[in-house]
Design a protein. Structure first.
Length: 362
């Protein structure tokens, strides 16, 4: 399960050196120290689900890019599909899995061309001067739910209760605080206990050591069959318009490589259309790319994705400037960022619109 942490981005000589060092010698392809980004150029094979006879074709011959991604899990299978689509169109995609370094840090260090991570990275980077722009989204909605003991009927009932969190800068923490504020409570009205990642918070819920936690919807699907004493009181995919993930690039790089940006947008739409087309193909694809995954949980995740519209094919729904601005406000209200950096060009949907007009995602 991927971790969603908002890491400080200090655009200075020191931070760039640190980020480069984290990538290891020779950039992402280097071995690097434990926890550093690891590159996987693959064996040249494209997953059989990525059919060459489906959809438009973008000529990406002689295009090479390094793309960063979080650890594989059901909810980022669309990104893995999209990367294979780029390969199918002739691009050489050097895929880098990040565990401790953020996508923005790696990009600032000049070691990646494309990031596929939480949309909050775009907001955080922009707030500290990084010139990056989102051009698509592998997961349009917030795939988090606030789970509590059955005795707690609504968010207002969390007053005086203990909420598990990953840490002060965790995205789950931001969402928990947002829910409290929306219910008329202060952040200090509940007790925040640092537990760890979403699986750790799920275990704490199951043991009864905490009253509530914001966890990934995929972890809730794994947890739900194990207990009848917990329930969801808030589904953030339905109660916020915050974007989930974003495909982002250096703004200048987008302007210099419009065909690549178009290819990414088209692959984004094609991946979403493919996910929506078949639950069984999605489950089988996930089983091929994620170790020891429970197919029944993946089926439930797919069903939830359809009900919550995680993977739309309309450009305006895939990526919303309004949603990104709302996320910026929530991050500012929670104290995670200061100031009010302009988000006017932090989201560019022009490539998605062009790709859609070509028939991508149809």
């Amino acid at each position: 399960m991927r971790a969603r942490r908002r890491m400080p981005i200090l655009i200075s000589t020191l931070s760039l050196v640190s980020a480069i060092a984290a990538c290891g010698p020779g950039g992402p392809a280097g071995a690097g120290p434990p926890g550093a980004p690891q590159a996987d150029e693959g064996d040249g094979k494209i997953d059989p689900a990525v059919r060459a006879d489906k959809g438009p074709r973008i000529d990406l011959k002689n295009v090479s890019l390094t793309a960063t991604i979080s650890e594989p899990e059901a909810l980022n299978m669309g990104t893995i599909f999209a990367f294979d689509k780029l390969r199918q169109w002739g691009a050489k995609v050097n895929e880098v899995t990040l565990t401790t370094t953020s996508g923005i840090q790696t990009m600032i260090a000049g070691r990646s061309d494309l990031g596929s991570h939480g949309a909050d990275e775009v907001v955080l980077g922009r707030s500290q001067g990084a010139k990056v722009t989102a051009i698509g989204s592998g997961l349009t909605k917030q795939a988090y739910v606030l789970v509590t003991k059955d005795s707690i009927k609504n968010v207002a009932g969390l007053k005086g209760r203990t909420i598990a969190m990953s840490g002060p800068s965790g995205f789950d923490t931001l969402l928990s605080k947002y829910a409290l504020r929306q219910a008329g409570l202060k952040n200090t009205d509940a007790k925040l206990a640092q537990i760890g990642g979403s699986p750790d918070r799920s275990a704490a819920l199951l043991s009864g050591s905490v009253d509530a936690a914001t966890i990934f919807s995929s972890d809730w699907e794994n947890l739900k069959p194990k207990t009848e004493d917990l329930h969801v009181i808030e589904d953030f995919s339905r109660t916020t318009n915050f974007p989930g993930d974003a495909y982002f690039m250096n703004t200048d790089h987008i302007q210099k490589n419009p065909k690549l940006a178009l290819g990414i947008a088209c692959a984004n739409l094609e991946a979403n259309a493919w996910i929506n087309s078949s639950q069984q193909e999605f489950v089988e694809f996930t089983q091929r790319h994620v170790e020891a995954v429970d197919p029944e949980s993946v089926k439930a995740i797919w069903q939830n994705s359809q009900e919550s519209d995680y993977f739309p094919t309309s450009p305006g729904e895939v990526l919303s400037p309004t949603g990104m601005s709302a996320l910026q406000k929530a991050m500012r209200d929670s104290g995670d960022i200061s100031g009010n950096a302009s988000m006017a060009d932090a989201v560019d949907t022009s490539h998605l619109k062009e790709a859609s007009a070509m028939g991508c995602g149809k």
